[in-house]
Write a protein that binds this ligand. Structure first.
Ligand code: ATP
Ligand code: MG
Length: 358
């Protein structure tokens, strides 16, 4: 099926540097659009912690309906000092991820030329893998509560939920992704020695799915040793799949291994394309540098490349990736987090120019 050439995108810049990096993502995608014949209609929604302070809600009551028919959601970052983190999480991010069945959280971990890894001896090309995090269920459930509050028997209980439907669909996605890669290697994060109900179930479904993909080499590690391996042997991984909690941890550690947090992208995918998927940088609103115009826009731009790919424009996505890779590798236009002096806008403009020749 030929990809559409016109897309309506819901844009949520959010808070802090989200407002600064989103325009650069749009600038670069518009440049790619001009080159590859794709037209974007950017529909802006100013949902943020500021909205919350004024209205008591992160987004209006009909917010989800208003973005349900867009082709994708392009998000900056939400969260700001003074508003508790769970407000932006449960008031915006989680409802979007769950309502639109964005059950895959996908993050590439790739060390690019021109970026220094905090790990000694790791070179670009050594680190190139994907983290697939279950994004809808697992440990982040609403089931639980407190008992005997105020007494010495006080306790808090939180249940994890691993459905067969939810577990199988994330594992299937991870196997399919591994299948599409040259190394065809899939690693599963588990902890079935300590968590004796849900994790053995996860392992069992993983083994059942593996039977359907005989060409894929699989292994599994307990989450504790796996985090150590990320740091010691990042070269060994190809695709790594984990539950909501383990995937969350790994998908922050992975980008840290591959350099600055300012360049890491992520996608919240509804692979069946029944609902919009959402694309956002890994970093948060970075209140410490907000308003200064010095945030690194590459995480947002790379998220935009993932959006292009999801919308069916692989060639344009490739051009955007080559464009920011060349700016990072060869130019002196770098933001302060990478040791340069360029502004957010200068870096966005440099990538947009590079797209025209990438
Ligand atoms: P969240 O809770 O939303 O994850 P956080 O406060 O934990 O947010 P970030 O907002 O990502 O984390 O900021 C962590 C650090 O990284 C801060 O010092 C911030 O300035 C820096 N940082 C984050 N994103 C960028 C960026 N795009 N460019 C430069 N520095 C960044
Ligand atoms: Mg954080």
């Amino acid at each position: 099926m030929a990809a559409k050439t016109k897309h309506r995108i819901a844009v949520i810049p959010g808070d802090g540097i989200g407002k600064e990096v989103v325009p650069e993502g749009i600038r670069v995608l518009d440049a790619a659009g001009r080159r590859f014949g794709i037209e974007f209609e950017w529909d802006h929604f100013d949902w943020s912690c500021e909205t919350y302070r004024k209205t008591g809600r992160m987004m209006p009551a009909d917010g989800l309906e208003r973005i349900a028919r867009h082709d994708a959601i392009f998000l900056g970052a939400v969260g700001f000092p003074g508003v508790p983190d769970h407000v932006s999480l449960w008031g915006l991010l989680i409802p979007i991820r769950r309502t639109f069945q964005q059950y895959v959280n996908l993050r590439p971990v790739r060390l690019l030329e021109g970026v220094t890894s905090p790990l000694a001896g790791v070179k670009p090309g050594d680190v190139d893998f994907w983290i697939v995090r279950e994004n809808n269920e697992g440990e982040y459930s609403e089931i639980g509560g407190r008992l005997y509050t105020g007494t010495e028997h006080e306790m808090a209980v939180q249940e994890s939920v691993f459905t067969r439907h939810g577990t199988d669909r994330i594992l299937r996605y991870a196997f399919e992704l591994a299948q599409s890669r040259p190394a065809k290697h899939l690693t599963s994060a588990t902890k079935s020695n300590g968590i004796i109900h849900t994790m053995p179930y996860w392992d069992e479904r993983f083994a059942a799915m593996a039977k359907r993909y005989p060409g894929i080499r699989t292994d599994q590690y307990h989450i504790d040793i796996l985090t150590a391996h990320f740091v010691r042997y990042p070269q060994r991984f190809d695709v790594v799949v984990g539950s909501n909690l383990f995937g969350d941890i790994l998908s922050d550690l992975g980008p840290a291994v591959a350099g600055t947090i300012g360049i890491a992208p992520s996608a919240n995918l509804n692979p069946e394309r029944e609902h919009p998927s959402m694309f956002e940088p890994v970093h948060g609103s970075a209140p410490d540098i907000a308003g200064k115009g010095i945030a690194n826009p590459i995480g947002q731009i790379w998220s935009g490349a993932m959006m292009l790919e999801h919308l069916g424009h692989a060639e344009a996505a490739g051009a955007v990736e080559r464009a920011f890779a060349s700016v990072l590798a060869d130019s002196d236009i770098l933001t302060p987090d990478m040791g340069g002096k360029a502004s957010t806008r200068e870096m966005g403009e440099a990538v947009a120019r590079a797209v025209e020749r990438a």
